[in-house]
Design a protein around this ligand. Structure first.
Ligand SMILES: NC(=O)c1ccc[n+]([C@@H]2O[C@H](COP(=O)([O-])OP(=O)(O)OC[C@H]3O[C@@H](n4cnc5c(N)ncnc54)[C@H](O)[C@@H]3O)[C@@H](O)[C@H]2O)c1
Length: 340
């Protein structure tokens, strides 16, 4: 029997590339669409190498509805994992229209193409940023939603659109997965996170300091009400996150209903804990520079991960040590990231 085809938008990006490998291992046939806006073409060769298969790739923009529709029909797509979008919070504040246009506009074009071609299962990359400042911890899915920047608002708008589509079409089912902080890399060191320019996130920054690309890590705030004064976040290994998508897809097939779930470990680590774990994993020391708190940052954020465990039968298995080990393997094996 032919393997079910799953369209992976943004499949050459950090999380999408790992998800393609997980999909192939689970017996699906990933079909990638990416406009290379934030990815390098060489990622495709790595995915093909790891999956030992000639994964199909289409360089296209998800906003091109007609092209997308033709692809859904030609590849006989059964379901979609939708990763494509811009993801830099700071940039979204500076360029809100560009963010709404790509993230919300891209999702609308995709949903229209899916409706036209009878594709009725979608897994969407949402984000824990939809919660805004935590009123209580851990964050459960019913926590109030008060996103504080355009990027997070994009995610919430898309969640609303998906809910409306599910009401309008009883046969359409989606999983909105609210990721916490994905880090780490494929254990082979062939796939990993390769941000352009100065990394926005802690782990790639730490990894670039360790490999000698940057002199020191800037730590924003050491007077938060946390055990060591630095900010606490819920980090999740990208391999666990990728598995979460396979579990969500299986849920949509099995249960034929929609779901919105946190994907995190349920455990928070401070900046200093992450730095120590990374120093142990890499054998390198990470010089620190302390700065005042940054506007918009919260003291702590971590998930209640029990809903995904109960409903999807999925939980994160890899801890901080494995996250740092794999991030370091990736960074030291690919100091300049993917080749051009
Ligand atoms: N990495 C995180 O910390 C994080 C956390 C929560 C949610 N997310 C969400 O998960 C998704 C994937 O994140 P990532 O870290 O892999 O980001 P990424 O930038 O590495 O991957 C996104 C991919 O989408 C592609 N893309 C962007 N716009 C496109 C378009 N219009 N058409 C086709 N391709 C397009 C980019 O070229 C890129 O390869 C994003 O939607 C992001 O918002 C990420």
């Amino acid at each position: 029997m032919a393997k079910p085809a799953v369209l992976v938008t943004g499949g050459l990006g950090y999380i999408g590339s790992h998800a393609c490998v997980a999909l192939a291992e689970a017996g699906y046939r990933p079909v990638i669409v990416d406009n290379l806006g934030n990815a390098k073409a060489s990622v495709l060769e790595r995915i093909r190498e790891l999956t030992q298969s000639d994964i199909s790739f289409h360089r296209a923009d998800v906003r091109e509805r007609q092209a997308l529709g033709a692809l859904l029909a030609r590849e006989r797509v059964q379901a979609v994992l939708h990763f494509a979008g811009w993801k830099a919070v700071g940039e979204s504040v500076e360029k809100p229209v560009m963010y709404y246009e790509n993230n919300v506009g891209g999702t609308i074009a995709l949903l229209a193409a899916m409706a036209e071609h009878g594709v009725r299962r979608l897994v969407f990359s949402s984000s824990a940023t939809v919660y805004g400042e935590p009123e209580r911890l851990p964050l459960t899915e019913d926590h109030p939603l008060r996103p504080v920047n355009p990027y997070a608002k994009n995610k919430l708008v898309i969640e609303h659109i998906l809910a409306d589509c599910a009401v309008a079409d009883a046969g359409f089912h989606y999983a909105a997965l609210r990721y916490f902080n994905p880090i780490g890399a494929h254990p082979s060191a062939r796939l990993g996170e390769d941000p352009r320019g100065v990394p926005n996130n802690l782990l790639p920054y730490v990894a670039q300091v360790a490999v000698g690309r940057r002199p020191s890590l800037r730590v924003w705030g050491r007077d938060y009400a946390t055990p060591d004064g630095t900010g606490v976040r819920d980090y999740i290994h990208v391999m666990d996150l990728a598995q979460g998508h396979v579990a969500a897809l299986a849920y949509l097939e099995r249960r034929a209903r929609s779901i919105t779930a946190n994907l995190g470990t349920g455990r928070g680590y401070s900046v200093l804990e992450v730095v120590s774990a990374f120093e142990r994993a890499s054998g390198k020391s990470i010089p620190l520079e302390f700065h005042p708190r940054r506007a918009g940052d919260v003291a702590q954020s971590y998930a209640d991960a029990s809903f995904a465990a109960r409903e999807l039968g999925w939980r994160a298995r890899l801890g901080l040590e494995a996250m740092c080990r794999d991030a370091w393997r990736w960074q030291s094996g690919n100091p300049e990231g993917y080749p051009d």
